[in-house]
Write a protein that binds this ligand. Structure first.
Ligand code: ZN
Length: 406
């Protein structure tokens, strides 16, 4: 029996217009055809005996969301980080898995993990891919590579290293564990008590060694980065992508646009006061975060105007309660509120993310031949981005994970 999704509108997210009164025909875990009901009626009739029609009740269908900045074992400074110090391996695994599953149910069918404890992201990826447990597709960095005392030290999700040889070896340890992408921290950040966001951390030689080790293995490399100075150096050293980009300037965004270096802006991290208070983050962290907010938004807008390729990332748990909704929906809304057109924001959360991870041949749009990772919601997110909050139906790999239609 194959499956056809009927009575829906489709937003393909590949640049083509939305299709009203659409049908999506699946062949196993892949999309076989997407078109109007009228165009596909002959196919539906021909297959009538071995095709189940799933009525989506007029919902809007788009590709599954892809969150480019997740820490499945996230434990921010405050009670969460203190508690995490006493966790056993099993406890970390259960917590990280729960976070992955909650994200999937919220419609995030793909997560790029950028620093997790004890390689829990890679272990979960193996179990999910083997069909042992249900979960989102994971694209993993393992541990973040940082300088001694650098951004994220003490979080349990990073590996300290120094000098080009140290960085090269630390990257190779991630590759040995099966990393799909490499993450380094090259400046300070919000969640570090003894550092400023602008502080340069990794040296040029360290960044260059890390980039070379990643590229030699055919992996892309991204950096947690705050200042324009460090980002410009990092790009010269070979970075493919930049996380946050709190303090960008015009020459740097121009270089990013020219070289096709991605920005994952993670706008939520500098505007989530209620979230940080609720989870008990220390006051110094809240102050630092909110102080960066204005520059962060300005940097994002500068990058947007310059045409820097962008993908959506929360740097939170995608399904974390945030600002009256979930972090992943709010992040897309922040991108729109900052000036990105609706269609571009949906693309940043799907096809652009797939391109960043070089999995766009299989994922990121509702296109015949691609894997059937889809979400559906009652309202049209091209008209009102808040429609994403209504996602109630999730399909991954051709299987319905959550069904809001009953
Ligand atoms: Zn992060």
């Amino acid at each position: 029996m194959s499956l056809a999704l009927v009575n829906c509108s489709v937003i393909p997210c590949d640049g083509s217009p939305a299709i009203d009164d659409a049908v999506v025909v699946l062949d196993g875990n892949r999309i076989e055809a997407v078109d109007t009901r009228a165009a596909l009626e002959p196919l539906l009739r021909e297959r009538a005996d071995n095709l189940t029609q799933h009525d989506l009740g007029g919902r809007w269908v788009m590709p599954g969301l892809m969150d480019m900045h997740v820490h499945l074992s996230l434990a921010l400074p405050g009670p969460a980080q203190l508690a995490s110090r006493l966790e056993t391996d099993m406890a970390v695994t259960v917590r990280a898995y729960r976070n992955a599953l909650d994200g999937l149910n919220a419609g995030v069918t793909f997560m790029r993990t950028l620093g997790d404890m004890r390689f829990v992201d890679l272990e979960l990826k193996r179990a999910i891919n083997a069909g042992v447990i249900v979960g989102p597709r994971l694209f993993c960095a393992g541990q973040a590579v940082i300088i001694t005392g650098g951004h994220g030290f003490g979080s349990g999700s990073s590996l300290e290293a120094d000098g080009p040889d140290g960085f090269r070896q630390a990257v190779r340890k991630q590759l040995r564990a099966g990393a799909d992408v490499i993450k380094v921290a090259i400046t300070g950040g919000i969640a570090g008590e003894y550092e400023q966001i602008r502080d340069s951390q990794a040296t040029y030689a360290e960044m260059e060694a890390a980039c070379q080790a990643a590229h030699n293995a055919g992996r892309r490399i991204t950096a947690h980065a705050g200042s324009a100075l460090a980002i410009a150096e990092g790009i010269r050293a070979g970075l493919d992508c930049v996380e946050h980009g709190y303090f960008l300037d015009q020459p740097t965004v121009d270089t990013m646009a020219n070289k096709g270096v991605y920005l994952v802006p993670t706008l939520s991290v500098s505007r989530g006061e209620e979230y940080m208070r609720r989870i008990g983050c220390p006051q110094w962290m809240i102050d630092k975060s909110l102080r960066a907010g204005e520059d962060h938004l300005r940097s994002y807008q500068m990058a947007l105007a310059a045409g820097v390729p962008m993908a959506m990332g929360t740097d939170m748990l995608p399904a974390d309660p945030y600002d009256g909704t979930l972090a992943v929906y709010r992040e897309v809304e922040w991108m729109v509120e900052g000036g990105m057109p609706h269609a571009a924001a949906l693309r940043a959360a799907t096809l652009s993310a797939a391109e960043l991870c070089q999995v766009d041949a299989d994922l990121g749009s509702v296109t015949p031949g691609k894997l059937a990772d889809l979400v559906a919601m009652p309202a049209n997110p091209l008209e009102n981005i808040r429609a994403l909050r209504g996602i109630d139906t999730v399909m991954k790999d051709g299987a319905i994970v959550r069904d809001g239609c009953y």
